[in-house]
Design a protein around this ligand. Structure first.
Ligand SMILES: [Zn+2]
Length: 138
């Protein structure tokens, strides 16, 4: 997974940070948060390794495919600068493409899945963006 992440990062020329966290949403298991400097891949931590990998690959696929998603409503006022959250609001076509790509990428992940060196604690900037989108309580 780290390898795929690095390749995608090199391909799109952006820093990617994996951020597992407890989302607890019924329908949304992952999302892509873009800021000026970093792309965060946020994915549900309370699920199986297989599911976590799939969610992360799905979000990476959105990046690979260049999907734009929704630009944050706080675009102009947010002190963090431009930020965008992708997913749960993306078009059906984008979702299908990302799902297909994620399944294809999944075949390259060796079994048993290797642990990612994901950050255990998401950084403050990310949490701030997540809150501004109403994605985190508190
Ligand atoms: Zn998606």
């Amino acid at each position: 997974m780290d390898e795929i992440c690095e390749k995608v990062s090199a391909h799109i020329g952006r820093q990617i940070v994996m951020s597992p966290m407890r989302l607890g949403h019924r329908h949304m298991h992952g999302l892509l948060v873009r800021t000026d400097t970093v792309d965060y891949i946020v994915y549900e931590s309370e699920t199986s390794q297989f599911h976590r990998d799939h969610i992360a690959l799905h979000e990476l696929s959105h990046q690979l495919c260049g999907h734009r998603g929704q630009i944050g409503r706080d675009e102009s006022t947010n002190a963090l600068g431009r930020s965008a959250a992708i997913d749960s609001h993306s078009s059906d076509a984008d979702e299908e493409e990302a799902e297909l790509m994620a399944s294809l990428l999944g075949m390259f992940i060796s079994e048993p899945a290797r642990p990612t060196r994901a950050d255990a604690t998401p950084d403050h900037k990310l949490l701030q963006v997540m809150r501004s989108f109403g994605l985190l309580e508190g």
